[in-house]
Design a protein around this ligand. Structure first.
Ligand SMILES: *Cc1c(COP(=O)(O)O)cnc(C)c1O
Length: 382
């Protein structure tokens, strides 16, 4: 990797493998699960996360996040669970922000008690909320910003400063922002995690994850990762490389569409409220402006109570009512009925998630077609 290269160039070229045999323009795909062992310290093997394609793509993502090293995983949850378990042991305590990806919350609630790992969820997203949960056995802070689905913003640098002062590590799930919009390592975060199923993949056709950090941090994650075994197939790695080459232009287009849709919805009478960190009306717009280069492709909005959100979603023709997010096609869902359906009603309400809320993942289609689709579905409801 060339240090002085720009983000866009790194997306295309960082970590690429040279085709020594034929001189092809792209990285060859090495499907071998068996490699010569004579002359290397750690043999190459898919579950050791060190095959040529895995190392190449890990280097690519590390370079665009400003990290020294990284490991690829078979899913975002494999990345999250392995990063956490590699940094925790029985008797330790971790502080999680209250607003978390549903799968992460389920992992904590179902798995941590089995290992006698203690945890707290913060009451709010301020530095004082983390201070309030701090205990003698606290080992780390875990944050996710912008959060899902309410697009709440946490001040990354302020939380990392507190962590440094108290001597604990920090992890961030940077999935919603993507490396195009936010690079938490430059703000002092120790470990950055992505569900590569989302923006890094970007075409709704692969499932993958990544953990990034310093060399010693990633060595520590590797020491658990090889036992937990969450590696992914070489073919998926190769598709991920292909995806990241267009990451910058995809996410730029998604940022633009999301902002235009948010502006549009804010002025529509059938919308109660819009959640998007790029809006001046967002309570933490100023923090978002400070720590993000773009405001992302995700937004949520509340329909007014007269409109049935299920019927509204089913009335869409272009925007697909599917789960997951970040593909180049626009999608929308009801967080209450899908991503956050496992929470109790009270937990949902405490995070501001009602049946009226719609989460929209902006794709790269024409903005006029997207607006028209939203409008035609609303017309059908009257
Ligand atoms: C999807 C998602 C995950 C989990 O990723 P998988 O690839 O589905 O395992 C974690 N965090 C966030 C913010 C996500 O959107």
């Amino acid at each position: 990797m060339k240090k002085n290269q720009d983000f866009k160039t790194l997306c295309v070229h960082a970590g690429e493998l040279k085709d020594e045999q034929h001189g092809g323009a792209i990285s060859p795909l090495y499907m071998s699960s068996s490699y010569a062992y004579n002359d290397v310290k750690i043999s190459q093997y898919p579950r050791y996360f060190n095959t040529p394609n895995q190392r190449g793509v890990a280097e690519k993502i590390a370079s665009i996040e400003g990290a020294k090293a990284g490991l690829l995983f078979g899913s975002g949850m494999a990345a999250i669970s392995t990063a956490l378990l590699s940094h925790l042991k029985s008797g330790d305590h971790v502080i999680f922000q209250d607003d978390l990806y549903g799968g992460t919350r389920n992992f904590i609630l179902h798995e941590f008690p089995k290992y006698n790992i203690e945890f707290s969820f913060t009451a709010g997203l301020e530095v004082t909320d983390f201070e309030n949960e701090y205990k003698n056995n606290t080992k780390g802070f875990y944050i996710e910003t912008p959060s899902n689905p309410s697009l709440k913003i946490v001040n990354i640098k302020a939380i990392c400063d507190l962590a440094k002062k108290t001597g604990v590590w920090t992890m961030i799930d940077n999935t919603f922002a993507s490396p195009v919009n936010q690079n938490p390592i430059s703000l002092g975060t120790d470990i950055v995690i992505h569900s590569a199923t989302k923006y890094l993949g970007g075409h709704s056709d692969i499932c993958a994850g990544v953990v990034l950090g310093s060399k010693s941090t990633i060595d520590r994650v590797f020491s658990s990762a090889k036992n937990l075994g969450g590696s992914l197939s070489e073919y998926t790695v190769w598709l991920l490389e292909r995806s990241i080459k267009t990451l910058f232009i995809r996410v730029q287009a998604q940022n633009n569409n999301a902002k235009l849709i948010a502006d549009f919805l804010e002025n529509e009478s059938w919308v109660e409220r819009v959640y998007y960190p790029g809006l001046k009306s967002h309570p933490n717009h100023n923090i978002a402006k400070m720590q993000m280069k773009g405001f992302g492709g995700m937004l949520s909005f509340d329909l007014i109570s007269e409109i049935d959100s299920k019927k509204f979603l089913l009335g869409l023709n272009l925007i697909k009512p599917t789960i997951s997010l970040a593909g180049i096609e626009s999608t929308a869902l009801s967080p209450s009925l899908t991503s956050h359906s496992l929470l109790t009603e009270n937990e949902r309400l405490s995070q501001g998630i009602t049946l009226q809320m719609i989460r929209l993942s902006a794709g790269i289609e024409s903005i006029d077609d997207l607006k028209n689709d939203l409008l035609q579905s609303i017309k059908k409801q009257n």
